[in-house]
Design a binder for this molecule. Structure first.
Ligand SMILES: [Mn+2]
Length: 268
C-alpha cells in the first residue's frame, strides 16, 4: 500500500475496479459464450452491491466491438443502473470514442449514474458528494502510438485523485511491438492516489513510483484460461493509504494487497 501522506484526514471510500469485460464479443460461433460473459458482469455488479462500493471504475474494453447486438447495449445500461452508485467508463481500444463508437449507438447519457471519459484530450470527472475526481484519456483509434498517461494534468482539488486508462505496461519482458505503452514513470507522474488500468487479461499490480498505486483488474471472465477472473476492491483510507483486495469471480480464495503480484517496470 502507498505510504500515508500527512495532512487532513480524507473521507474513507471504497471503489470497485474492472476492465476488459468484452460484452458482445462471443455472441456467435464455436466460441459462443454470451451467457457466461453477461453472467460474469452481473456478478461484478452483485459484488459492488454486496460490499457497499461508492463507485465502479471500468477501465476500457467494456464492449468487444461497435457491432454488438442492441440487446447487449440494453443489458449493459440495465446492469450499470442496477448498481445504483456512480460508474465511470474509460474507453479502450475495443470501445473507443469518436466516429463509429459503440457508445453512440445507445442513449447512455440517460443512465443517471454513468459518467464517461469522452474528450479525446482527456478529462476529469467529479463524483458528486464523494470527494473523488477521476482523470483519464479515452482511446480514439486515431493515434497510432497513443500513450494514455503521457503528460498528465496536475491533481485536482478533491481529496481523492484517481486515474483511469487502457494500455500495455512496459516491464523487462514486455513485448515492445504492442501498442498503447504505459511506463512506470508515466504512472508516477500522474501523482494520482490510484490508477485503474485495463487492456491485460491478467490481474496484477504494477510499479508506479513510490506514491502511486496502480493495477490491472484483469478480465473478469478469464477468457483465454476458461476460468473466472477477478475484480479489485480499492479501499481509500482516512490516512491516505490505498489498499487493494482481489476478489475472485471464479471460486479461488481472495488475495490481500500484499498477496497480489507486483510487476516491476523496465528501467531503460
Ligand atoms: Mn484492450
Amino acid at each position: 500500500m502507498a505510504a500515508a501522506a500527512g495532512g487532513a484526514p480524507k473521507p474513507r471510500r471504497r471503489l470497485l475496479h474492472t476492465s476488459d469485460v468484452h460484452l458482445g464479443g462471443y455472441d456467435t460461433g464455436p466460441e459462443y459464450k454470451r451467457d457466461e460473459v453477461e453472467a460474469t458482469f452481473r456478478s461484478v455488479i452483485d459484488l459492488g452491491r454486496e460490499v457497499g462500493v461508492d463507485a465502479l471504475l471500468i477501465a476500457g474494453d467494456f464492449f468487444d466491438n461497435a457491432r454488438v447486438r442492441p440487446e447487449t447495449l440494453e443489458f449493459a445500461a440495465t446492469e450499470i443502473a442496477r448498481l445504483d452508485r456512480p460508474v465511470v467508463i474509460g474507453p479502450g481500444n475495443h470501445d473507443h470514442v469518436g466516429p463509429g463508437s459503440v457508445y453512440d449507438r445507445y442513449p447512455f447519457h440517460e443512465v443517471a449514474n454513468l459518467q464517461m471519459i469522452r474528450n479525446p484530450e482527456g478529462e476529469t470527472l467529479a463524483l458528486d458528494g464523494l470527494g473523488i475526481e477521476v482523470w483519464g484519456r479515452p482511446h480514439t483509434e486515431r493515434v497510432l502510438d497513443f500513450k494514455p498517461f503521457l503528460s498528465p494534468p496536475p491533481r485536482g482539488s478533491a481529496p481523492w485523485q484517481i486515474g483511469i486508462g487502457h494500455g500495455h505496461y512496459i516491464h523487462p519482458q514486455a513485448v515492445r511491438e504492442h501498442s498503447f505503452h504505459i511506463r512506470e514513470e508515466h504512472l508516477a507522474s500522474t501523482e494520482r492516489d490510484y490508477v485503474a488500468l485495463g487492456h491485460w487479461e491478467q490481474m496484477t499490480r504494477v510499479a508506479a513510483g513510490d506514491r502511486v498505486v496502480a493495477a490491472y483488474s484483469g478480465c473478469p471472465e478469464g477468457l483465454a484460461h476458461r476460468k473466472g477472473g477477478w475484480a479489485l476492491i480499492v479501499d481509500l483510507m482516512e490516512d491516505g493509504a490505498v489498499v487493494l483486495t482481489a476478489h475472485p469471480l471464479g471460486g479461488e480464495a481472495g488475495l490481500s494487497h500484499d498477496e497480489i503480484p507486483l510487476l516491476l517496470g523496465a528501467t531503460d
